[in-house]
Design a binder for this molecule. Structure first.
Ligand code: FAD
Length: 258
């Protein structure tokens, strides 16, 4: 299997750095091919702007979607963006690893999504009409591939439990897992979350790596999160609301799980 790890932590000698090294070694020992996009080490350009479409007409106002579409379609994107898209095409499975910062991913990784998911690649794929609203949420350029988050948090597991003050971890991660991974077609595996990592000793590090190793061993076989697919009869199009008979009475994120 080809595995791409998109990784965001500024310090190699960190818990995340150690978990990244463990993951690479574990996967390679199992015979997988691994590439790592170490975003801080690559000095990844975080912001999307006019420099991302070098061939654009500078007399026109920059438009993040349209300029991205033109650059993608004409093969004139910046090389760093095209390289990451090529890694995604190569990968069977993509792991996104990061510390939870302000209930989301570090900005550098958000900038990876903003720029690598070009119009025509990450979104704007397929037919848009009164009866069809693109190939997305379960279909798209990345369908057939698997993705999994590996996340460390300062907050404890109880803080992210069903009635925990931070909100359930599945809700916190929903915009990433559903909106950024399922949207362009990934099958999204349940996340690996190491909670309460502000202080980790040798024993707890051993427990974390043991559990992570088990998840890595089942990357190809684990059942994905059963997000409902957009174009398979459960949503009215183009309103894109769940049909009345689907999950009646349910609202919010959980309604979009089969
Ligand atoms: P480190 O700080 O590197 O280490 C954590 C522990 O692991 C330490 O005890 C360290 O000694 C130990 N360790 C490091 N390396 C090793 C190793 N090789 N082997 C064994 N042990 C090791 N948390 C939340 O829950 N929600 C938030 O919204 C949130 N927002 C944040 C926003 C910011 C800007 C920041 C800086 C932190 C935030 N946090 C939040 C906390 C953050 O998620 C954790 O600090 C982070 O996940 C810990 O991962 P790390 O790799 O940075 O750990």
């Amino acid at each position: 299997m080809n595995v791409l790890i998109v990784y965001a932590h500024p310090q190699p000698r960190s818990l995340n750095g150690a978990l990244r090294d463990f993951t690479v070694q574990h996967l390679e020992a199992a015979g997988h091919h691994v590439q790592v996009s170490d975003l801080y080490a690559m000095q990844w350009k975080t912001t999307i702007d006019a420099h991302d479409a070098p061939q654009r007409d500078p007399s026109e106002p920059f438009h993040a979607s349209l300029d991205s579409k033109r650059a993608f379609q004409s093969g004139t994107q910046r090389a760093d963006i095209a390289r990451e898209q090529e890694k995604l095409r190569w990968a069977d499975t993509v792991i996104f690893q990061f510390p939870l910062w302000w209930f989301s991913m570090p900005a550098i990784m958000k900038g990876w999504f903003d720029r690598v998911y070009a119009f025509g690649f990450g979104y704007g794929v397929g037919e848009y009409s009164e009866t069809r609203w693109g190939d997305r949420y379960g279909e798209g350029a990345l369908s057939g591939k698997r993705a999994m988050l590996v996340v460390t948090t300062g907050g404890w597991a109880s803080h992210y439990s069903a009635r925990g003050i931070n909100g359930p971890i599945d809700d916190v991660l929903f915009p990433i897992q559903h909106g950024m991974l399922f949207y362009p077609g990934f099958d999204v595996l349940p996340p690996f979350v190491a909670f309460g990592t502000s202080s980790v000793d040798a024993e707890s590090f051993g427990n974390i790596t043991r559990a992570l190793g088990e998840r890595l061993d089942s990357l190809a076989t684990a059942a994905p999160i059963p997000f409902r697919r957009q174009n398979f009869g459960e949503y009215d199009i183009p309103a894109l609301t769940l049909k009345d008979e689907i999950a009646p009475g349910k609202t919010g994120y959980a309604a979009h799980l089969a």
